[in-house]
Ligand binder design. Structure first.
Ligand SMILES: [Zn+2]
Length: 440
């Protein structure tokens, strides 16, 4: 990264991302403050209210545009990204997503994984994201090459995007020798946390006991897929909180999805959220994917969906539980759309989850809270010592920002101001990724 000094003048910075105690006036409808930001040696230096002095050489005039810290994508699946055209999920249901991607697995060679994941990372880069956490399918048959490819990409992207990996397998695997093998393999390839998808069963507490023990031995936190369904009886989140409390598990634990929590009775939901808070869990909501998959009817049943499918984000936030929002799947059988664009995730999350109830803090879901939950708290803030990674948006107010899809933006990385473009789909087309649906 070019670390030449640069001062960004007249930047409208979301107040919730400024240093604690920074005295800035707060307009709840447009919660940003006009600031000057000094960048030096690849880091943010002084952040101050904008001065009225004329622009000097070496200064960049943001001209009152909104300036965010680089975004953090806290939960995606790079190994599945961009498989939709060859492996479309024609019913759009969760079950068909699983079976469709299982049929696609033979196509997911190291070269194929590398091509699709790198394409996705270039999109993330162009959209201003500098930390990406991906879950990696870790069934033992394919885990080695999948994690190896992600480790290769981590090295290739080092200095541009911090790429984190999390193992993804069935929670029940942790009660068998496979669980330890998967964990060791993931750790060997630099995983940031152990993960898995949990399902309600009598054995769930035992699975979690094992998982917590395995993670503790390896001094790693957990990042789990829980309750991605509309069944109020699905209470894996509660089981995770109870396991963390039971074992006084000291490493960070985040739970993704948590959809069914929204369907529990208010009393039960409050109680579960209380346990989540006591266990210091973080929640990652995946609004775009949930909106697509949840409450989708089986083929032949044309009833409209009755609920959004999202975790109760406002209730969690009101209880003091940290909540990030992330993009989850990108152009695969779980979600046929998306482009690793955290700004899209943010604007859609505001609309879907009514985050505009508190617009000022809403920005944290793809910045500071997302950074905290993936263990990179130096990101997602505009504060002294934070990485000099900024996104300058073509909007001078939140109303403008939230109203226009595909908002254009400039990226600032150290002393470099640039406007990277997302890769062309023609690359995927040339590689045959847009053209050959698998046989039904
Ligand atoms: Zn996921």
């Amino acid at each position: 990264m070019n670390s030449a000094p640069l001062t960004v003048r007249q930047a409208r910075v979301p107040v919730a991302l400024l240093p604690p105690g920074f005295a800035a006036p707060l307009d709840p409808d447009d919660p940003a403050a006009l600031c000057d930001i000094a960048l030096r040696d690849g880091k943010i230096g002084l952040v101050s209210l904008a001065a009225a002095t004329p622009l000097a050489p070496g200064e960049f005039d943001a001209a009152g545009r909104l300036v965010f810290p680089a975004f953090v994508e806290a939960h995606t699946h790079l190994d599945k990204a961009h498989t939709w055209c060859r492996a479309p999920n024609r019913t759009g249901t969760f079950m068909d997503a699983l079976t469709t991607l299982a049929r696609d697995k033979p196509h997911q060679t190291p070269a194929d994984l590398r091509l699709r994941a790198d394409f996705a990372l270039r999109s993330a880069w162009a959209h201003g994201t500098r930390v990406v956490r991906t879950h990696v399918d870790s069934d033992l048959a394919a885990a080695e090459h999948r994690h190896a490819v992600m480790a290769e990409l981590r090295a290739a992207w080092s200095g541009r995007i911090a790429l984190q990996t999390v193992s993804l397998c069935n929670g029940a695997d942790y009660t068998t020798p496979a669980g330890e093998k998967i964990s060791d393999l993931a750790v060997r390839h630099g995983a940031s946390a152990l993960g898995g998808f949990l399902q309600m069963s009598a054995g769930l507490p035992h699975q979690l006991d094992r998982l917590v023990a395995i993670a503790r031995e390896r001094r790693l936190g957990l990042d789990l897929h829980v309750d991605e369904n509309g069944d109020a009886q699905s209470e894996c989140l509660r089981a995770v909180a109870e396991a963390v409390l039971r074992h006084a598990f000291p490493f960070p634990v985040v739970c993704g999805h948590c959809c069914s929590l929204a369907l529990q009775s208010p009393a039960r939901q409050r109680e579960t959220i209380g346990l989540v808070k006591a266990a210091r869990l973080g929640i990652i909501s995946l609004p775009l994917c949930n909106l697509y998959l949840q409450d989708r009817r089986a083929a032949g049943d044309s009833r409209a969906p009755q609920w959004r499918g999202l975790a109760p984000i406002l209730d969690l936030l009101a209880a003091g539980v940290p909540v990030a929002c992330a993009g989850d799947n990108v152009r695969d059988a779980f979600y046929p759309y998306g482009d690793l664009d955290a700004l899209e995730v943010y604007t859609q999350s505001v609309r879907l989850a009514h985050l505009d109830a508190d617009l000022a803090t809403s920005v944290r879901v793809v910045t500071s809270t997302a950074a905290d939950l993936v263990g990179r708290p130096e990101f997602g803030r505009i504060a002294p010592g934070a990485p000099a990674r900024l996104v300058v948006l073509a909007a001078r107010s939140f109303s403008e920002l939230l109203s226009r899809p595909g908002m254009s933006r400039l990226c600032i990385d150290g002393g470099e101001i640039h406007s990277p473009t997302a890769p062309s789909y023609d690359e995927l087309r040339a590689a045959g990724l847009m053209t050959y649906p698998l046989p039904r």
